[in-house]
Design a protein. Structure first.
Length: 365
């Protein structure tokens, strides 16, 4: 672990945020209130797994029972799958408001048991995001929540919910590890606040960042303050496909990013207004790569990445257009993660609000 710059210490999480795995089973954990990202050696105890699926009913009830809480007091913020053992890791918030607690949990793929991930006296490294919005910043970040929180608003025949939270809570909205660097999307303390950061790992203090500008089709304007909600690297890390609220899909080519400048993304699709992107994942079937987009208004959306390079930039407000896409008849999916070469793991919410882990066979999508 010394080769990865880790030293023994404790991670005292103030908030539950995005998580993702990196090299040698290192788990990256974002803590927005602390404006800190941790790299943790979580010492996963499992044996190497194969290509078998993993399904777990009522994961929310299992977590609530383990934490001694009610289901209503438990929020699953993100999930990640260990690349070797395929044990599932969950970033969980227990409680609400100022009393909320950040918890990192592990679910054993063999028997579904829930356990804590030890955050005290473990090998770790951390990086502080110096460009994070201050806790006193009066600006807010607006999302379209799916959990019943926020304010209900009606637009014509459509009723949605709007939730406004301090901009600090969107310092990190998503993470991905690509070829020696951690990619970090979110907001900064600058006027043009949408940001994509690249942090070399092992952490050496050399944080590189770009301000982002995109054309938002349903809003009919160029935007620099809307954050990436979720993104996925593809083409071996050469590019990322990012999604924003209301719901443009935007291509960024990583090799074109020059640190410290403004980067203009190429909007390649529009998935509709009053829609919230929830998660994205890529997978390869045969010799073709695809991206799955979970969102609040449609079924699971699949895009073949070969269409992205050929798609001219969308720069005019118009009806949803852009790259061809397929809408799968899969509702209620809120989180996605690669499980193995043949399955994607999904966190799915049923009509009664119960949450379940489902393995989706990529050959059937």
């Amino acid at each position: 672990m010394s080769d990865l710059g880790l030293q023994r210490g404790s991670a005292d999480l103030r908030s539950s945020g995005p998580i993702t795995f990196g090299p040698e089973g290192i788990l990256f954990v974002a803590d927005n209130l602390a404006a800190t990202i941790y790299a943790l050696d979580i010492a996963d105890p499992g044996e190497p797994a194969g290509a078998e699926p993993f399904d777990l009913e009522h994961v929310d009830e299992r977590i609530a029972s383990y934490l001694g809480a009610t289901v209503a007091d438990v929020a699953i913020k993100d999930l990640a799958v260990h690349p070797v053992t395929h044990n599932v890791y969950l970033s969980v918030q227990r409680g609400h408001g100022d009393e909320a607690q950040a918890v990192l949990l592990r679910i054993d793929r063999l028997d579904g048991t829930v356990s804590d991930v030890d955050l005290a006296d473990v090998p770790l490294a951390s990086v502080i995001l110096d460009d994070a919005p201050e806790e006193t910043d009066a600006r807010t970040d607006t999302t379209l929540p799916i959990d019943g929180s926020g304010e209900e608003l009606t637009f014509g025949e459509r009723t949605i919910r709007i939730l406004k939270r301090p901009i600090r809570t969107a310092t990190v909205t998503d993470l991905a590890y690509v070829e020696g660097a951690l990619l970090v999307a979110g907001l900064s303390n600058e006027e043009f606040s949408s940001k994509l950061r690249r942090i070399p790992f092992p952490f050496d203090g050399d944080l590189r960042a770009n301000n982002l500008e995109i054309f938002h089709v349903s809003h009919g304007q160029w935007e620099t303050a809307a954050p990436i909600r979720t993104f996925v690297p593809y083409e071996g890390g050469r590019s990322i496909l990012a999604s924003y609220t209301c719901t443009p899909l935007v291509h960024f080519e990583l090799t074109d990013l020059e640190s410290g400048g403004k980067t203009v993304g190429r909007t390649v699709a529009e998935l509709g207004a009053m829609n919230q992107p929830l998660d994205m994942v890529s997978f390869t079937l045969g010799d073709e790569e695809h991206v799955l987009v979970a969102n609040s208004s449609h079924g699971l959306i699949k895009v073949a990445t070969r269409h992205i390079d050929d798609q001219p930039a969308l720069t005019e407000p118009k009806e949803p257009v852009g790259v061809p896409r397929e809408v799968e008849d899969l509702q209620g999916i809120v989180k996605l993660e690669n499980l193995n070469g043949s399955h994607v793991l999904a966190l799915q919410v049923d009509d009664a609000g119960g949450k379940h882990l489902r393995s989706l066979k990529t050959a059937s999508l």
